[in-house]
Design a binder for this molecule. Structure first.
Ligand SMILES: [Zn+2]
Length: 242
């Protein structure tokens, strides 16, 4: 029963994230006005707003003016529900599942905003950092967050000095702190390494065309994959350094 409940919450949160991704970068309120078609401005009825299902039933078009509705909406809802389901099965307690689902959802929203707008709003990143302090026991999470923030700041100063221009954003430091808080030192470093590893081919493909690729989505992916496969990754690290 709990998993059905969790999936429904995941879909609802996904629906909310669509609003966040759309409105926060434009500094608009997330509660007002109510959901409406961006083209004809018609207010949506509740049954136009059921995650994934409404999009399919309406054939991906506005119920009033038939304007196409972006595939991004059902995809964000689906991905958020998947984050909730995977986190539910991986977590040891319902409380942990709740905390980490909230954290991963916030990071997913940040990733989408970073991809679309090259911006990382503080109104999302700071609450996410706060939530991450409760990912493990508070003292370990808090001290590892400080350690990773400090390490990343130092790294940023050194790299910026070498390449003679500003390297990495301040937001990357917050995400690094979140990774430290959630995973601890060993797994945290693996997550950043994994994120960089996934980013390299993407940078090589897209970077060539002069497109600036944001780093937050890759750090988030590294964090999530490492959190899900923590035991396998620890065993691998043990084999390498063991
Ligand atoms: Zn419309």
């Amino acid at each position: 029963m709990e998993i059905i409940f969790f999936t429904i919450i995941g879909l609802a949160v996904g629906s909310f994230l669509n609003v966040v991704i759309l409105r926060i970068p434009k500094n608009q309120s997330i509660s007002f006005p109510a959901s409406h078609c961006p083209k004809c401005k018609s207010k949506l009825k509740f049954y136009h707003n059921i995650p994934i299902i409404s999009w399919i039933l309406l054939g991906g078009k506005c119920a009033y003016c038939k304007e196409k509705i972006s595939l991004q909406y059902p995809l964000v809802e689906f991905t958020t529900a998947m984050i909730f389901i995977i986190t539910f099965f991986k977590s040891e307690t319902l409380l942990q599942a709740g905390i980490l689902s909230a954290l991963f959802s916030a990071l997913f929203a940040l990733s989408m905003i970073d991809l679309k707008h090259k911006a990382v709003p503080d109104v999302i990143s700071f609450p996410a950092l706060f939530i991450s302090f409760f990912a493990r026991d508070f003292l370990s999470s808090f001290s590892d967050a400080l350690l990773f923030a400090g390490g990343f700041t130092l790294l940023r100063m050194i790299v910026s000095w070498i390449i003679k221009k500003e390297a990495m954003g301040e937001a990357d430091i917050i995400i690094a702190a979140i990774i430290g808080a959630t995973l601890g030192v060993n797994l945290g470093l693996s997550a950043i390494y994994l994120g960089a590893l996934i980013a390299i081919p993407a940078f090589l493909i897209v970077g060539k065309r002069g497109f600036h690729l944001p780093f937050i989505p890759f750090l988030t992916l590294g964090l999530f994959i490492t959190w899900v496969f923590d035991k396998q990754i620890l065993a691998l690290l043990d084999k390498i350094y063991g």
